[in-house]
Design a protein around this ligand. Sequence first.
Ligand code: SAH
Length: 223
Amino acid sequence: MTREAVGLGMTSQRTRARMVDRLREQGIRDEGVLAALGAVPRHLFVEEALASRAYEDTALPLGFAQTISQPFVVARMIEILREGRNGLGKTLEIGAGCGYQAAVLAQLTKDVYAVERIGSLLNRARLNMRAIQQFRVRLKHADGQLGLPEAAPFDTIIVAAAAQSVPPALLQQLALGGRMLLPLGSEDQYLTLIERCADVYVETRLDGVRFVPLLSGLVNEKE
Ligand code: SAH
C-alpha cells in the first residue's frame, strides 16, 4: 500500500469515529449498531467526487434518482430492529442501492439477503462488497415488493424505500416472532414497525422520515 493510501485510510477512520460520536450525541444508544457503522468505510460506497462528504450525516445521490441512506437513519432503523432481541437473525433488506446498509447489517448478523430493482445499482453493490471483502451478503436483482420467497421466512425485514401500504408478500415472509421496519406513506412518511406473533401482526407508528418511493418492476440498464 502506498503512503498516500495508508494516510487516506487513517483519515477516513478518524472521520468515521467522529461520525459515530455524533450519532451517539443524536441519541443512538446501541453500542453494537454504533460499532457496525464505525466499521464500514462509507466513503467507498459513494461516488469519488462525493467521498469527502461521506461521513456527513446526510443522504447523498447515487445516480438513477436514488440516494445512499443517511447514517442516522440506518443506525436508528437497525437499533429499533435489535431492541430487546437476541440479534437480527436471518435478515432481508429491500432496496439495497449501492449496498451500504447491507454492509452494516452484515456486521451484526451472518445471514443477510438484499434485493434491488435497478440492475446497475445492484452491480455497484456487488463491486462495493468485493472492495470491502464482505462476502456474506447475498444480493439479488429483484422486485422487493415480492420479498424473496426462496429464502423466506426472515426474522428481520428492513425496507429502504417508502411504500403506500405494507406489501402482503413481506408479511407472509416474516417469521413467527419476526420484526419488519418500513417507511409508509408518500408526502408524510412514518417508520412503521410490524411485529409478528403467530398470525397477529402488531403495527407501531414511529418517527417521521423521508425516503425514495418503493416502485414496481425491474430496471435493467447497464452503466
Ligand atoms: N439501502 C440503501 C438505500 C438505497 S435508496 C443504502 O444503504 O444506501 C432505496 C433503494 O430502493 C433504491 O436504490 C431503489 O432503487 C430501491 N427500490 C425501490 N423500490 C424497490 C423495489 N420494489 N424492490 C427493490 N428495490 C427497490
